[in-house]
Design a protein around this ligand. Structure first.
Ligand SMILES: C[S@@+](CC[C@H](N)C(=O)[O-])C[C@H]1O[C@@H](n2cnc3c(N)ncnc32)[C@H](O)[C@@H]1O
Length: 264
């Protein structure tokens, strides 16, 4: 690594959901030119392989294990750039979706370090493609919500009444551990227990799996299906192969989903 005092920069790059060929061409070029890659836990080896000559620093945060503090990651980026390195800050999916992007941009701005953002394919898009569903559909849903199951205070609160409305569609990140909470809140807000939910585990990766469930049975269905994460829950959507075409655009029945089995 040839670090030059003061000449460094940081590119904050979306690594996509895991499959190497879902990386953008711009991301690939930035990785090839990087001297240091500072990456998250969910970034796949297949993507890291695009930066064979770069020093790699894993700053992944594991839910239960030792973790880097965000402030330390911010300081690391600043110090590498100040030392003159060309740094890629590589985040899974898109950097601006549950990626703590603002904190890193604020730290770089405060230090006067130049940076650019390179978008990536966020997990919800890969999950929808895996389940072969459209995230919007005429006559069914004209909007799509992006939610997290958890936030800094624990389980995340949302506009449950809006989410419980017929046809409401949402891509839920970090939702598996919050499945019981999500079900309870949505049913209490009037959601139909037969509302379909599709879980896509490891979207775009070799171990990708898709499980069909209904809201009323969500935690049990995820447990039975062995959904382990990382996963996206698609509320209001059934996998194309499970949904009886004639029943669209209304939700498929509980019996139809049971007949399709948990796994496709
Ligand atoms: C901290 S968020 C990061 C999201 C990322 N920035 C994005 O745009 O996809 C991590 C969560 O993203 C989701 N996720 C990331 N990669 C995934 C994948 N390949 N398949 C399914 N879900 C994924 C999971 O919900 C996981 O808990």
């Amino acid at each position: 690594m040839a670090e030059r005092e003061g000449a460094g920069r940081v590119d904050i790059v979306g690594a996509g959901p895991g499959a190497a060929d879902l990386l953008t061409v711009r991301a690939r070029d930035l990785l090839a030119a990087a001297e240091v890659v500072v990456h998250d836990r969910l970034v796949s080896d297949a993507v890291l392989a695009f930066a064979p000559g770069a020093r790699r620093i894993d700053v992944g945060k594991t839910p239960d294990g030792p973790s880097w503090r965000q402030a330390d990651i911010d300081a690391l980026l600043v110090s590498l750039a100040r030392a003159g390195a060309r740094v890629v800050r590589l985040k899974s999916g898109d950097p601006g979706v549950y990626g703590r992007l603002d904190e890193e941009m604020d730290a770089l701005d405060a230090a006067g370090v130049p940076f650019e953002i390179c978008p990536g394919v966020t997990a919800a898009l890969a999950a929808a493609a895996s389940a072969r569903v459209s995230l919007t559909r005429r006559g069914r849903n004209s909007s799509l919500r992006v939610l997290t199951g958890r936030d800094v205070d624990g389980f995340a609160e949302h506009d449950w009444r809006a989410l419980a409305a017929p046809g409401a569609t949402a891509a839920i990140y970090m939702g598996v551990g919050a499945a019981d909470f999500l079900r309870t809140r949505l049913l209490r807000a009037g959601a139909d227990p037969s509302t379909p939910v599709t879980a896509v585990d490891n979207a775009s990766r070799p171990n990708e799996r898709t499980a069909a469930a209904v809201l009323g049975e969500l935690p049990d269905a995820l447990r039975r299906a062995g959904v382990s994460g990382p996963s996206i829950l698609l509320l209001g959507l059934s996998p194309r192969d499970a949904a009886p075409r004639a029943a669209e655009p209304s939700a498929p029945t509980l019996a139809a989903l049971r007949a399709a089995g948990d796994f496709l």
